[in-house]
Design a protein around this ligand. Structure first.
Ligand code: 4AD
Ligand code: MG
Length: 439
């Protein structure tokens, strides 16, 4: 059988009952009994049990399929038949088998440690679990892009190799750039800001890098960061856009992914209930609530996993905590004129302990205010900005600067929450973790 023979997706076998079809896939399970081989074959569209009867096919083909391993690649011609006992309700009665690549014995067997599965991630990606995550991930990326594209945004690309930090700057990976010290970007925000006067509403969807020494279930050293940036948006408009985006993604996931929802045991109704407006708590109010719930956090403290959990324990949709103390937020966030202890910003916290999925803010757009804010941050955080390295970004405040806002959403954090995954490493095909750089 030729590899380019017209193949039918396995998921379509059920609508071809009684007709001879060709499928192309990989052996997912295999057993033999009484002169028959039962091979469950998978492709991206599904799985089907193929029944090979020794008496009905050529001897050479029997020998080949008999010797094939799990994950050997195969092309099979056969007739789908309804059979209640078969997984999925149909079975393929095999007429012809060709083993494309018999390969070697597949190293993954049924019970394996998570560490081993990470070691062989390049192979584990073929598991039903990872296939399901990756399908959901691709769809979620598409829904996010669709929403922004339809709302007048332009997708932009920022450099990932930079000379200065875009956040705290304390978690940067250093790169030797032809003898010059450079860093992997921690956010594309500063570049997105430069493109606002040109395109007004932009977004970047690209990796960000964080050299955080955190060994938690929600930190990756390399993650995919969706960063919209909008002219003439204030903090309120910014939050509205964030909740619309997240609701759109949740609703699309609910409406278009019946099988995936079943696989991950996610309720469609629960996803459809994620609708604007999300609850909004000022930092001050959130702190009060935490104190009422017994937390000892005081003004100026950042919130950790415990606080995020306490704040969202009764929620089924994400919440905003907005206007945080200026001491714990970055240099680009403007002072809140109504309460100068705070800056105009928001974090979106997902329920069930999944934690922060979005960080956003207005941007300081006036030169004198930016200079003052950067000097203040230098004092508070006991750091020194290398102004030369930020010169181009500061320069934006000299020519037709306008009020603008933006935010960053961690795509794997979003996926972890939506699919209710235990660990963020499963939301990305090849996770980069503090103790893992391969495969
Ligand atoms: O809150 P962060 O640090 O904000 C920024 O980088 C802004 N410059 C974004 C912007 O306004 N354009 O990061 C934004 C989001 C977080 O809310 C979180 O979802 C995700 O990025 N994130 C991580 N995801 C996975 N692993 C990590 N180590 C992450 N650090 C942040
Ligand atoms: Mg943040």
């Amino acid at each position: 059988m030729k590899a380019d023979a017209k193949a039918v997706p396995i998921g379509m076998a059920v609508s071809n009952v009684g007709k001879s079809i060709t499928i192309r896939g990989w052996i997912y399970r295999k057993r033999s009994s009484g002169g028959k081989i039962f091979a469950v074959v998978r492709d991206v569209s599904g799985t089907v049990q193929c029944v090979v009867d020794k008496a009905k096919i050529a001897e050479k083909e029997w020998t080949e399929i008999d010797a094939a391993y799990l994950e050997s690649s195969v092309i099979i011609k056969g007739v789908p038949k309804k059979d209640e006992r078969a997984p999925g309700g149909i079975e393929l009665e095999v007429e012809k088998v060709s083993v494309v690549h018999i390969g070697e014995q597949f190293p993954i067997t049924e019970y394996q440690s998570p560490e081993f599965l990470l070691d062989v991630r390049h192979l584990w990606l073929r598991s039903q679990r990872m296939i399901s995550v990756m399908k959901a991930r691709a769809n979620i990326f598409r829904y996010a892009r669709n929403f922004l594209d339809r709302n007048g945004f332009f997708e932009i690309s920022a450099p990932l190799i930079t000379v200065a930090g875009g956040e705290t700057g304390s978690n940067l990976f250093e790169v030797d750039y032809f003898g010059q010290k450079a860093f992997l970007t921690e956010s594309s925000q500063l570049y997105a800001e430069a493109m606002v006067p040109a395109l007004e509403k932009v977004y970047s969807l690209a990796p960000s890098y964080r050299a955080e020494k955190s060994r938690t279930t929600k930190h990756l050293a390399e993650y995919w960061h969706l960063e919209p940036e909008m002219a003439y948006f204030d903090s309120k408009k910014n939050m509205k856009l964030q909740e619309k985006l997240v609701s759109h993604i949740a609703a699309s996931l609910a409406k278009e992914n019946e099988e995936l929802l079943k696989y991950f045991e996610i309720s469609k109704d629960a996803l459809l209930k994620i609708r604007p407006p999300f609850k909004r708590l000022s930092y001050e109010k959130a702190l009060q609530l935490l104190n009422e719930k017994g937390s000892a956090k005081k003004w100026g403290d950042d919130f950790g996993v415990d606080e995020e959990r306490l704040l969202t324990e009764d929620e089924s949709a994400p919440i905003f905590v907005y206007n945080w103390p200026k001491e714990i937020k970055p240099f680009y966030m403007p002072i809140n004129p109504k309460d100068p202890r705070t800056v105009l910003c928001d974090d979106m916290l997902a329920p069930k302990g999944h934690g922060e999925i979005i960080g956003g803010s207005e941007r300081t757009w006036k030169l004198d205010e930016l200079t003052a804010r950067m000097e203040e941050v230098e004092q508070i955080q006991k750091i020194k900005f290398d102004k030369e390295k930020y010169a181009w970004w500061i320069d934006l405040r000299r020519y037709g600067s306008v009020p603008h806002s933006g935010f960053g959403m961690g795509m794997e954090r979003l996926i972890k929450w939506l699919l209710n995954l235990e660990h963020i490493r499963d939301a990305i095909p090849f996770p980069r973790l503090i103790n893992r750089l391969t495969p």
